[in-house]
Design a protein around this ligand. Structure first.
Ligand code: PLP
Length: 377
């Protein structure tokens, strides 16, 4: 394949030596659980995002699960309470809600941002609603005044699923003073899954919050529920971040701004090249960095999406779909009650992600754009 969708070897190639040095440092340290590397990464993430309390954890799904369980342990939520989430998301957002014994309530998304449609929030709130989980999908910040106002008026916690949007920021005020995704709401989950804008060499994640109490509970829950050695106040888990992954991430985190700028340049090349009536391009706003382009997602109209992917594959262009089946349509959620979600279901049949990671140059993106203009569908 001339233009693979994603080549993780190429993503990490520029950091190979630095990663090897950092790995050697951990091997020699003799400290393989917790310790300095993890603490240093936590502080570096706090500085990068403006979230004062950061807890490194095992992965993004666990970060979300631990946040919700911490709110339950703190008495802010209880089993059976409802959490609103955007229907167009990765299944991990929903798994975290149901895993904590909470009830996921799907809200449809906006056709243009592909993120939660905040005009539908108010009528999704019931007496059992305790939180809104906003997902910055594809790297685009899902945050506006309406979301803040609904959350404030109903006393809801706002949890950000920031797995795809590290480094994104917005001009719209958050609940706190930082403009960065991950520090806008009450608590946020980050994933460092290898394909994310900052990826580990395995699984890793973090919880970020403005609430020290919640950070302390998350830290305890992730470590067998132990607040100090051999003293267990919660029935916890083992969801810790490995120091070896923390060391890998400390190498890559300083390059986040460059990584995101490169992604923007490739998105811009697509935006300027692709011209087809049956291909709808993603919205590109004038607001700087409100999207860190984790995915560049176009929509192919008239039922031609699968044919589009086939044709591109024949010309050597790899694509992917994020996500072909929305969580509420998955077999494991067949018992989940939900309303009519027409935009999410329409998107699921139209969306295609084009190559955007390191390994695809700006020139490649322009060439892929020209191929797209010329394929017959
Ligand atoms: C990747 C991802 C997750 C899960 O993160 P893992 O580290 O893979 O567990 C959750 N939500 C979204 C939106 C994601 O993209």
């Amino acid at each position: 394949m001339k233009y693979p969708f994603l080549d993780l070897g190429k993503v990490n190639a520029p950091y190979c030596e630095e990663l090897a040095d950092a790995a050697a440092r951990v091997i020699r340290s003799g400290r393989y659980i917790g310790g300095e590397e993890v603490e240093a990464l936590e502080s570096e993430l706090a500085v990068a995002t403006g979230a004062p309390f950061v807890v490194g954890v095992s992965n993004g799904l666990d970060a979300l699960r631990l946040i919700l369980r911490a709110y339950i342990a703190n008495g802010d939520m209880k089993e059976g309470d409802e959490v609103i989430y955007p229907a167009n998301t990765y299944i991990a957002s929903v798994l975290a809600i149901s895993d904590a014994g909470l009830c996921p309530v799907a809200v449809d998304v906006d056709e243009w941002t592909m993120n939660i449609d905040t005009s539908l929030l108010e009528k999704a709130v019931t007496s059992r609603t305790k939180a809104i989980m906003t997902v910055h999908l594809y790297g685009r910040v899902a945050w506006d005044d309406r979301l803040v106002s609904v959350a404030t008026r109903h006393g809801l916690k706002v949890i950000e699923d920031c797995a795809q949007a590290l480094g994104a920021r917005t001009l719209v005020s958050g609940l706190h003073s930082s403009p960065f995704a991950g520090a806008l709401g009450d608590a946020a989950a980050i994933s460092f899954y290898p394909t994310k804008n900052v990826g580990a060499l395995g699984d890793a994640g973090a919880v970020m919050t403005h609430d020290k109490g919640i950070a302390d509970i998350v830290r305890a829950l992730a470590n067998y529920g132990s607040d100090h050695r051999y003293h267990n106040i919660y029935k916890g888990f083992n969801c810790r971040l490995d120091p070896i992954q923390a060391a890998m991430l400390r190498v890559k985190l300083p390059y986040l701004a460059t990584e995101n700028a490169d992604r923007f340049a490739r998105a811009l090349a697509y935006q300027r090249t692709i011209r087809r009536a049956d291909v709808v391009l993603p919205m590109m706003s004038a607001e700087v960095n409100d999207n860190v382009w984790h995915q560049y997602v176009v929509r192919v109209k008239d039922g031609k999406r699968d044919r589009f992917r086939e044709k591109l594959k024949l010309t050597g262009v790899g694509t992917d779909i994020h996500y072909a089946v929305p969580p509420h349509c998955q077999p494991c959620y067949s018992g989940l009650r939900h309303g009519y979600l027409p935009v999410t279901e329409m998107l699921a049949s139209e969306i295609v992600s084009l190559p955007i990671a390191t390994g695809t140059s700006v020139a490649d993106a322009a060439e892929i754009g020209r191929i797209i203009n010329s394929v017959e569908l």
